[in-house]
Design a protein. Sequence first.
Length: 185
Amino acid sequence: MKSIFMLRNASWRFFLVALLFGISGALHAQMPTPDPTVFIIVNDQKAPMRSVTSQTEEKKGWDIQGINVGKKLIRYFWGKQSKQLTERKPCFVIYPKDATLNDYALIRLNKRRDHRRLPYADLNECGSIRINIDSFVIENLPEMGFFVTPKEELFPGEYILVNLKQTPCNESGDIVAYDFSVQGK
């Protein structure tokens, strides 16, 4: 008789936990999403860019008599290729909220078999093209927005548009960026 009572009690607990997860998921789905701040021009229409968060892997290196040698961080974006395809001179619309337009930059990623990797874990060490009037054609838009187009064509490959002054998402230093793929001719 005791085992039947324990089974009912366990199934009742399982039902309550499942119900709470279901309610919390529904509440989270109803939370307002923030307005997009970065767009790309596709067929003369403004389309919001999808943000992606980097992932960080720590290579331990070697321990030689108590001294660690070769330790490094690798920061990458999962996926072989971005879903956002563009021509060699992409046009962006940026509404910087907590930054200036000069805080944004384009960084070319190194392509791997199943991911795209930043050249260096630190954004400031990566070769970037800052958005400024030397490298981009910039036009003012209403509501503190900017229409931005590179002056020179980009090489085919994988890129991110990133705010270099952003605070990291977690203790690993992961960042939020907008990825896109420049197609060759």
